[in-house]
Design a protein around this ligand. Structure first.
Ligand SMILES: [Zn+2]
Ligand SMILES: [Zn+2]
Length: 389
């Protein structure tokens, strides 16, 4: 199986390099990835996938399906192709898109050549860097018939799939009453005081939360002039935790700080989610081990443990509806931090392309394990049911 996968991937390598280079040369921000999306769709159609464009009314999203015609499991790969403002593909999503799409195409060809059962899907998922489309896609049931979901992200090392934090983006809008701050301060209700009280209470709360949680915020609106009592103040926070359950508990405590802050100032407060909420990534360890085994088989010698410091990923939401992994693959010999121009440049080297090919083979072979090994899929699903979320 390995030799056949390697031969098939070799056959599409040039097309994938072209895809990655085209996206690199045409960087587009979240929800504006028209060129990148179209290039993915063209390639997938050329290789026999049935593609739904503008998936779920998201203009730069797609769902591509290859059906073997034999009933069986469904394996999904997630593609991303959004860039960062001012630095192009500093997160390497050009290569990420080519890698996961390449894995999907290789699996479809393995299905044909080896008579494998089931379906393989490639989802085009816009705007990972901002308000990730995977949240809406998950909420609207896009992954309900998917058995396992996989994505591999470019990095300076091969790293196992780990965790990401659940995140809620809450805005507090405080309203009071304006008045002359010197002539008639007793007439005013100070919305800025409500916001400051909230920050003070949250600072006290921080001492009594799990060390892995994060609460960080700004005051984006706090009055117009020093001689007017501010009647409007706006604070925006990110609250993050390692589990969705703890996040919900923490968000309630943070909201209580704002309620108390508003009450103390005599102001009113309203809550609003100003960006999509991300769930924590729950790595399916059984699937992750299967992937690591395949990665070593295709010639990767060193796989580091999961990342220590972490942010939040919209892929987290998918991991709450089905078994998911998000490993990293090495694209450079030196350590280059992501979200830099240097990292973007590193996606276009022979070293990166070699690694892309190995990663595609490992992803595709893991998919064949899932499609053909019933015991493995059963174990993956049992772990998913039991996992702490
Ligand atoms: Zn990024
Ligand atoms: Zn990224």
């Amino acid at each position: 199986m390995r030799q056949i996968a390697e031969k098939l991937t070799h056959g599409i390598k040039e097309e994938l390099i072209q895809l990655s280079e085209y996206i690199f040369n045409n960087p587009e921000l979240g929800y504006e990835e028209f060129k990148a999306c179209e290039a993915h769709v063209k390639l997938l159609k050329r290789h026999g996938f049935v593609v739904e464009e503008g998936f779920l009314d998201i203009k730069t999203a797609f769902k591509a399906v290859y059906d073997s015609g034999i009933p069986g499991p469904v394996v999904a790969f997630l593609s991303e192709y959004d860039a960062l403002p001012g630095m192009g593909h500093g997160c390497g999503h050009n290569l990420l898109g080519a890698t996961t799409t390449g894995a999907g195409i290789t699996v479809s060809k393995l299905m044909k050549e080896m008579g494998l059962r089931g379906k393989v899907m490639v989802f085009g998922t816009p705007a990972e860097e901002t308000s990730g489309a995977k949240v809406q896609m998950t909420n609207e049931g896009a992954f309900e018939d998917v058995d396992v979901a996989m994505q591999a992200h470019p990095a300076s090392q091969h790293m196992k799939s780990g965790k990401s934090l659940a995140l809620e983006a809450i805005q507090f809008t405080f309203t009071g009453k304006s008045a002359h701050a010197a002539a008639s301060p007793e007439e005013g209700i100070n919305a800025l005081d409500a916001a400051i009280n909230t920050f003070v209470s949250i600072n006290a709360l921080r001492q009594h939360i799990l060390p892995s949680a994060r609460i960080h915020g700004i005051i984006s609106e706090g009055g117009k002039a020093a001689n007017i009592v501010p009647d409007l103040a706006i604070a925006q926070f990110y609250v993050r935790a390692t589990t969705k359950t703890y996040l919900q508990e923490l968000v309630e405590k943070v909201k209580n700080c704002a309620r108390a802050g508003a009450m103390a100032a005599g102001a009113k407060v309203e809550f609003y989610n100003y960006e999509a909420s991300y769930d924590n990534l729950v790595t399916n360890e059984t699937l992750s081990e299967a992937y690591s085994r395949r990665l070593m088989e295709v010639g990767v010698e060193k796989i580091e443990g999961a990342k220590k410091g972490y942010g939040s990923l919209d892929l987290g939401n998918i991991s709450h509806v089905g078994p998911t992994i998000h490993p990293y693959f090495r694209i450079c010999e030196e350590n280059i931090p992501a979200h830099t121009k240097a990292f973007a440049a590193a996606t276009q080297t022979p070293f990166a392309y070699e690694s892309m090919v190995k990663t595609i083979n490992a992803l595709a072979l893991t998919a064949t394990d899932v499609l053909e090994d019933e015991k493995l899929l059963k174990k993956i699903k049992e772990e998913f049911q039991k996992a702490e979320k």
